[in-house]
Design a protein around this ligand. Structure first.
Ligand SMILES: Nc1ncnc2c1ncn2[C@@H]1O[C@H](COP(=O)(O)OP(=O)(O)O)[C@@H](O)[C@H]1O
Ligand SMILES: [Mg+2]
Length: 435
């Protein structure tokens, strides 16, 4: 029987192979199959973060530029483990390998790296980096001689045809925490940074995103686009929001406004036509065009917010430190809703980003109060008999397994934010502090 070289390599790896054996038999063949030759592969690449090296870095050579010689601008990093290390998801070794590849991807010499792989020839997982966000591009997969060719070709397809956009759902089951404000100001700030963003008003009941920019909601363009599965985006679906702060400079992001049809149609009628996977599919072409796609969603767990989370790579969760419900709802989204969509999608996504506090400056006493509430939420989730869950990284992202750091990102309250609603222009454009 003629096997592919990579399949033969996997079969040749001994059952309890140490890392060096996994590398020499399997990884070299894996990188070759992914399209990188020896001149494009650096072993023990210096990440520039202390003395840390990643096992492999690779990049395609171009004329007169050989990666093995310049050792600059890696495209993909690979951290290898031995088969004696258990990399099945949720094992302690898996968690520390994920932590490791994230750290390497964010290290100074790896700024250009867009992909990371961890594997021990039993399991493999692909991660994607967009800006400073690292998220799974595939689940942690068990590899066998039977599925290996398919797994490797899926990875190859992802890294050969990368999407440009990071798709972010802005979600919290609680209302009034700043979802809409965050969406619009993020788009404004990204426009000021020269990034191309598309924002989607997927809260048709409120239509706050559309209204906050002084736009009228449409008759039925968003509805028609979602229902009519075969057609490309209709004319007028995407509208530019432009501001010219001075001659010669234009800040622009684009918006898909809400429409009346979606507001008026009962949800059960809508579900007769489409399910919550449709938005993700419809947005697909835009993911090659924009740097960011931001989806504003309503404060419930029904069609529109499920669609937003299903469409996203990452979920951004605004909370308020003085609103226990916003914290509890954030925990529910992280523990239950996001994993529910992960189970449906089966591609490793989406993941929740760390929560942040939005609005109201925080006093020391209020901070201590919020900390107590959060510690209780974390403690309850950890002790859950059916689904124990560690929320620490989502509430306290700067913590390490050895050390709890209670820092939480926060956006203080800005009078300009509330005022901007009357001017119909994102506050970030008008006030440096807000930006
Ligand atoms: N950082 C902030 N500073 C001042 N006002 C804010 C801030 N974030 C939100 N707000 C105000 O809080 C209210 C609710 O925000 P909004 O974005 O509509 O919440 P959501 O979309 O979660 O319901 C709005 O009136 C908004 O102007
Ligand atoms: Mg809103």
């Amino acid at each position: 029987m003629d096997y592919s070289p990579i399949k033969q390599a996997l079969i040749n790896v001994p059952e309890n192979a140490q890392e060096s054996t996994v590398c020499s038999i399997f990884i070299s063949e894996l990188l070759k199959t992914l399209g990188f030759d020896v001149m494009e592969t650096v072993w023990q690449f210096n990440t520039g973060n202390g003395g840390n090296t990643v096992d492999y870095a690779v990049r395609k050579n171009s004329d007169g530029d050989s990666f093995i010689i310049t050792q600059s601008n890696p495209y993909l990093l690979l951290e290898a483990k031995g088969r004696n290390i258990n990399l099945s998801s949720n094992s302690a070794h898996y968690k520390s390998a994920v932590f490791q590849i994230k750290r390497y991807l964010l290290a100074p010499n790896c700024k250009s790296a867009q992909w990371g792989i961890i594997t021990n020839a039993n399991h493999i997982q692909l991660f994607r980096k967009h800006g400073k966000v690292v998220h799974p591009a595939l689940p942690c997969l068990e590899v066998t001689p039977d599925n290996l060719d398919k797994v490797v070709s899926t990875i190859k397809h992802k890294i050969d045809c990368p999407q440009k956009a990071l798709t972010v759902a802005i979600y919290n089951n609680k209302g009034g925490v700043g979802k809409t404000i965050t969406t619009v100001n993020l788009a404004a700030i990204l426009a000021m940074l020269g990034k191309r963003s598309l924002i989607v008003d997927f809260d048709p009941n409120q239509q706050d995103l559309t209204n906050s920019l002084g736009l009228k909601s449409k008759e039925d363009s968003l509805f028609a686009w979602l229902i009519n599965k075969s057609s490309p985006a209709p004319d007028g679906l995407v509208n530019p929001c432009k501001v010219s702060p001075k001659t010669g400079t234009v800040w622009q992001f684009d918006i898909i406004a809400s429409d009346e049809k979606l507001q008026n149609l009962p949800e059960d009628k809508l579900l007769q036509h489409i399910n919550h996977g449709r938005l993700r599919q419809a947005l697909e072409p835009f993911k090659f065009e924009y740097d960011y796609i931001l989806i504003d969603s309503p404060p419930n767990w029904r069609f529109f917010s499920k669609s937003a989370v299903y469409a996203a790579d990452v979920v951004l969760i605004p909370t308020k430190h003085n609103n226990i419900f916003s914290l509890e709802n954030a925990a529910t989204a992280i523990r239950r809703f996001v994993p529910q969509i992960q189970n449906e999608r089966k591609d490793g996504g989406p993941i929740a980003l760390p929560i942040f506090y939005n609005g109201k400056s925080i006093t020391e006493a209020a901070r201590l109060n919020a900390e107590q509430a959060i510690d209780k939420i974390i403690g309850t989730a950890k002790k859950d008999k059916v689904h124990p869950f560690d929320l620490t990284p989502y509430f306290y992202p700067r913590s390490t397994p050895a050390n709890i750091d209670r820092h939480i990102f926060s956006i203080p309250s800005y009078a300009h934010i509330a005022g901007a609603a009357f001017d119909r222009i994102p506050a970030a454009y008008k006030k440096k502090g807000v930006a």
